[in-house]
Design a protein around this ligand. Structure first.
Ligand code: CTP
Ligand SMILES: C[C@](O)(CO)[C@H](O)COP(=O)(O)O
Length: 230
C-alpha cells in the first residue's frame, strides 16, 4: 500500500457549463459534482489527506457543503487563483514541508477509479512524475494558417487527472514556472518543459472532465450504471 495526499481543484468558474454558478455545485444524481469527486478520495485508503482549492467567492458555500461530509479524513480549504496553474500552486504552497506523493486532480473529474489511483501512485514511485491519459480515438487535425494537417494518431494521448508527483519536485517546478512566467494547461506540461520524464498510465474513457452542458447527461448515465453495479 502507498500513501499520497490529494490536491483537488474546485476554484474555476465553469464558464463553459453556462450554469450561472460554479459547476462544482451542480447536482448530479442529487449530489453536488464536487462531493462525488471528494467521495472517491475519501473512500480511498491510500489517500492520507485532501487539500481542496476553492474560489474565494465560493468559500462559504463550500464550507457548508463540507459540513455535510462525514469522514475521518482531513479536508483543508485553500483559496485558488485566476488560472488553474495558480490554484495548483496555492495548494502546493499550503503543503510546504510535506515529503511524499501528491496527486493533483480536477474537482470536475468524479469518475476516476481506485485501481487507476493506485496504478498512478505506483508509477510515481518509479518516475517521480506520472499522469493518467487515454489514447485519442478521433483523427486529429492541426490547422495552421487555415491549412489542415493530420497528426499521427498512434502518438497522441489525451491527458487526464490525477497527475501525480514527488511533492518537492512539483513544488520546485511550479515555483520556477511562476517566477519565469511559464504557463501550461496541466502540471505534467510544466514538468516536461523543465526536462523531466513523465510516466504515462493508461486510464479510462469514463474519467471525463465535466466541462459542457452535454457532459451532464454523460455524468448522470455513468453514475446510474455505477449505482446499478453495486
Ligand atoms: N482558476 C482555476 C481554474 C480552474 N480550476 C479547476 O481546475 C479544473 C479544470 O477544469 P475546467 O473544466 O477547466 O474548469 P473551469 O475552469 O471551472 O471551467 P471553464 O474553463 O469552463 O471556466 C476544475 O476542477 C476547476 O475548478 C481551479 O481550481 N482554478
Ligand atoms: C488538466 C486537464 O484536466 C488535462 O486534461 C485539463 O487540461 C484542465 O482543463 P483546462 O480546460 O485545460 O483548464
Amino acid at each position: 500500500m502507498r500513501s499520497y495526499q490529494a490536491i483537488i481543484l474546485a476554484a474555476g468558474q465553469g464558464k463553459r457549463m453556462k450554469a450561472g454558478e460554479n459547476k462544482q455545485f451542480i447536482n448530479i444524481s442529487g449530489r453536488p459534482l464536487i462531493l462525488h469527486t471528494l467521495d472517491v478520495f475519501l473512500q480511498d485508503s491510500w489517500c492520507a489527506a485532501i487539500t481542496l482549492v476553492v474560489n474565494p467567492k465560493d468559500e462559504e458555500r463550500m464550507r457548508e457543503l463540507l459540513d455535510l461530509v462525514s469522514s475521518q479524513k482531513d479536508i483543508r480549504l485553500v483559496m485558488g487563483g485566476e488560472e488553474r496553474q495558480q490554484s495548483v500552486f496555492s495548494g502546493l504552497k499550503s503543503l510546504k514541508g510535506y515529503t511524499g506523493i501528491v496527486f493533483i486532480h480536477d474537482g470536475a473529474r468524479p469518475f476516476v477509479s481506485n485501481d487507476h489511483l493506485h496504478a498512478l501512485a505506483e508509477a510515481t514511485v518509479e518516475n517521480r512524475a506520472a499522469l493518467l491519459a487515454v489514447p485519442v480515438t478521433d483523427t486529429i487535425k492541426q490547422v495552421v494558417n487555415g491549412r489542415l494537417e493530420t497528426l499521427d494518431r498512434k502518438t497522441l494521448w489525451a491527458a487526464q487527472t490525477p497527475q501525480s508527483f514527488d511533492f518537492e519536485l512539483i513544488h520546485q517546478i511550479h515555483q520556477q514556472a511562476a517566477e519565469q512566467g511559464v504557463l501550461g494547461t496541466d502540471d505534467a506540461s510544466l514538468a516536461e518543459h523543465y526536462g523531466y520524464d513523465v510516466g504515462i498510465v493508461q486510464g479510462s474513457y469514463h474519467n471525463i472532465k465535466v466541462t459542457t452542458p452535454e457532459d451532464l447527461g454523460k455524468a448522470q448515465a455513468f453514475l446510474g450504471s455505477k449505482q446499478n453495479n453495486k
